[in-house]
Design a protein. Sequence first.
Length: 571
Amino acid sequence: MPFPINGFNKIFMRNPFLIAFLLIVSACSQAPESGQKAIEMNGYRFLRLETEKLPSLNQPRGGHVVAYLNGELTVFGGHTDGFIPLKTAEYLSGGRWIEVPMLYPHDFGFSVKLPDGSIMIGGGCVENFGIGQSWGTEIYDPKTHAFEPSGVLDRKRTGCSAIAFPDGRVLVTGNWYADDDMEIYEPGKGFSFKKPVSVQRRSPLILQTDSSQAIVLSYLGNRGDTCQMIADRLEGEAFQIPLLHEWSIFPPINFYDSRISSIGDYTYLIPAKRKIDGRFGILKVSGEQFSLLNMEKPLPEKGVEGDSVAWGPKIQVNRQTRKAYLVGYDLKKNFYVAEIDYDATLDGGKASIVLYYSDILKDFSQIDESWDLLGDGRIVLAGGCFFGESGGALVADNFKTNSCVFVFSTKPKTKSLIPFWIIAACIIAVIGITALLYSLLRKKPEEKEEENNPAASKPDPNLEEQISRLIEEKELFKKKDLRIGDIASELATNRTYISLIVNSSLGTNFSDLINGYRIKYAQMLMTEHPEMSHTDVAEESGFSSRTSFLRTFKAKTGMTPTEWKESNSAS
């Protein structure tokens, strides 16, 4: 509800002293604790991550699930020191980890988030040292922190993967040192055989390609061998993927590898390595179409100290910010995060990356499956197997597991320099004094002028035509920071009248009016100069950025610029 004093909402717009005061207070109350240290290496710039250590897990774990569910950080299963399977989960609440018993051990099993927000976990090794397969499955409800049995697999499995469809069905496939096939779970009916597979796989990648279809592929066979890069369909025949003759999808994650974040409907980013030289890359998969992600520059091969960076096999996506995250490490156990801005690639552009690193972590552990993206965009690393070194590379030691939990933030920390109660008191006092002074001030010059000159109190009836002609003839829409006051100055009239005409006579607001002119101009440019990039079209048309252009164009026309050009050329 607005402040009761008439015109109070204009105080902040017309009182630069108040604005300056509040900005100073804000800056003082949340000043950066330290500059975000940057290191330049081999043409890449690495920013320092802010690192925070959370309470340690009750049980050190490896081969487990790390998930952010219902606002809580949660871990499931895995094994502990000595390669001994665990039958517990833990969730972080009130600054401590609370342990919950599970029904079965699930070391290197599958887990998948169901449409109702619960999580199904199944299969996995039943004996110490990662031996054997298991039948059992169970469902965890993050609201009640309880597990319920969900049936017995059609085939006992470990090293398996799963995805859930919107109707609640779950596809399970993959095995380790045992035969593989596809099976389906149906709510209320349990698990049943679906079909054989063309290739025996361990920890396969499963990608949903429409509401009821999925494809399955892996580079690793069910006995540790390299298998053929053939994709099986849930419905239909298997098929070859030409790009995977040159690239292989990244080595699979031992656990929870089915949790692949999408950047759009049935569109995914998948880490891969080029077979000829081991170069790291990212594949973009849309439905059954595989391509290389178009990037401004490739991910770096070397880290901040010149050591090779081992980028991980999982990409997580924050679709609110339209950014994807990939993590890695080097031999000195520095931790890396690549923040990938993929938005431009949805319309034919190039993805950009921002790189981050941490200082060396004393309690560093394997990261392949033991990290997740929190709701606020921070990255959490919880547990994992400690690293051993073999042949100049870091390898996981399944007999020695970790209980440490770290949270990494790409934003620098801030600290309060002034106590909050002082800040609040100052703000209240300044607002009160300003409001009182405002009520005692004389009317503004333009209001006095309108009183003394009745003819000026009504807008010119021809103002609508003048506004349109001015914008078109002078192409004012090309000015990126165009304001309604600029139009008023050009026409030597009151900005209030301009606003009145735009809102009432033209039936829109000023921003939409100007964007309409910009879109028409952009369409003209794309028609007459089809070779122009979207970045150049955005710049020439007056948009503040390429992203702003793409979003406004789609909102105005219902199509992306690329789609519009294709339909326009076809007609």
